[in-house]
Design a protein around this ligand. Structure first.
Ligand code: GLA
Length: 393
């Protein structure tokens, strides 16, 4: 789909010309999973695919939503913005518009708008199609509503926070900040090492000589809203409460693996204990992985990715048969440095580091194993790491 084709689709949908056009990417997380809402660090990259938004003002004081991916259309008066029933897809946009006004009282929605979305992030793949939609909407409407922080870095962080609030309040997923942050702050050929407690971050070059980041789609949709994600958030909270009996902490990410030995006995709930063990280990692994990448120790980086999957499988229990089949098959291929699930889990995608010369064997072997064991066909994409949200025209 070219931007020209999107513009033509807009003209067909609304019978007028586009005024402005924006893009925001999806993301793949290299390591640091289920750490963001525990005050830990994450290491995602923005992808070259994402969500496009085309807009033009209307004189009718309504927001009209159409998508090239979804058949439902919505028309909502600007005086009646509230969550729409039946998991309406427009909630991911509507929420951002309302939240901009709430967080920035000087921001005013003074006109109606016609909106058209197009996304090429595979839906349900755990590559943040919803964050891309939120952040692209936040970018467009902060500008339209007359609020924009002069400091670009702060502005992008605020776009991520608006998107996250929308996900909480309009989609009911109590997610961390990683996905929206990656979509807002991505940088071509860099990963983002983000401390989700302080929101401090650095862009780390992803220079992999002769190695590619390969994303494999289970085509088994993840169900972030199914409650399992929010359960994990609650279980981690329980762990924090129980640990506080012996050591006051604000979040699990404050604990080092050494601290863990001292506090684990305080967690009486066995499930909460497993969840917390994953978080403490994952935070340490993420820091070690970033160091390894900076030093060019890619083999070690790969080992840490694999260890991350094992922990997500055994302690956090967010993998499932499809993701485990993909990762475990990948580990058997010569030339694979590491492979793990990425994103929330329960379906979605894995991310693997694969030597160039092994890519064909990887696809053939992993694809065959996966189909034999699950009856599903996997899809493979070589990730292109792209920039964060931008205005195109
Ligand atoms: C989802 C959430 C993120 C993060 C990941 C797991 O993608 O939206 O905030 O918690 O799961 O790391």
């Amino acid at each position: 789909m070219t931007t020209q084709e999107m513009k033509m689709a807009f003209e067909q949908a609304y019978g007028k010309q586009v005024e402005k056009m924006y893009f925001s990417p999806g993301r793949v997380n290299l390591i640091g999973e289920h750490t963001d809402y525990n005050g830990g660090c994450v290491f995602p990259c923005a992808l070259s695919f994402g969500a496009w938004l085309l807009i033009a003002k209307n004189a009718d004081r309504v927001l009209r939503f159409q998508s090239m991916n979804m058949p439902q259309k919505y028309e909502i008066p600007i005086s009646e913005i509230q969550p729409q029933p039946d998991k309406a897809w427009c909630n991911y946009a509507l929420g951002c518009i309302e939240i901009i006004a709430r967080r920035h009282p000087e921001a005013k929605l003074e006109s109606g708008y016609d909106l058209l979305y197009y996304g090429n992030v595979p839906a349900g793949a755990g590559l943040s199609s919803s964050a891309a939609m939120e952040v692209v909407t936040a970018r467009a409407f902060t500008e339209e509503m007359g609020w924009k922080d002069a400091d670009d870095k702060k502005y992008r962080t605020e776009l991520a926070l608006i998107g996250q609030a929308c996900e909480h309040e309009y989609a009911g997923v109590m997610c961390g900040i990683m996905d929206q942050f990656a979509s807002a702050q991505g940088k071509k050929d860099h990963a983002i090492y983000l401390n989700c407690d302080t929101m401090e971050f650095e862009h780390v070059p992803v220079k992999l000589e002769g190695i590619k980041v390969v994303i494999t789609n289970t085509h088994s949709p993840h169900h972030l809203d199914s409650g399992a994600y929010n359960d994990r958030v609650r279980q981690c909270k329980t762990a924090v409460e129980q640990i506080c009996k012996v050591k006051p902490i604000k979040c699990l990410a404050e604990l080092t693996p050494e601290d863990w030995k001292e506090v684990e006995g305080a967690i009486s709930d066995p499930i909460a204990k497993k969840r917390a063990r994953h978080v403490v280990g994952e935070v340490a692994r993420t820091a070690a992985a970033v160091e390894a990448l900076k030093k060019g120790e890619i083999a070690y980086f790969g080992e840490l990715m694999t260890a991350s999957h094992v922990s997500l499988r055994d302690d956090y229990e967010v993998t499932g048969k499809e993701l485990d089949t993909l990762a475990e098959a990948a580990w058997q291929v010569e030339g694979v440095l590491g492979s793990r699930m990425t994103g929330g889990g329960f379906g979605g995608c894995t991310v693997s580091l694969v030597k160039d010369e092994a890519i064909e064997d990887f696809k053939a072997f992993v694809g065959k194993e996966y189909e034999e064991k699950t009856g599903l066909k996997a899809d493979f994409y070589v990730a292109e790491i792209g920039n964060g949200v931008m205005r195109l025209e």
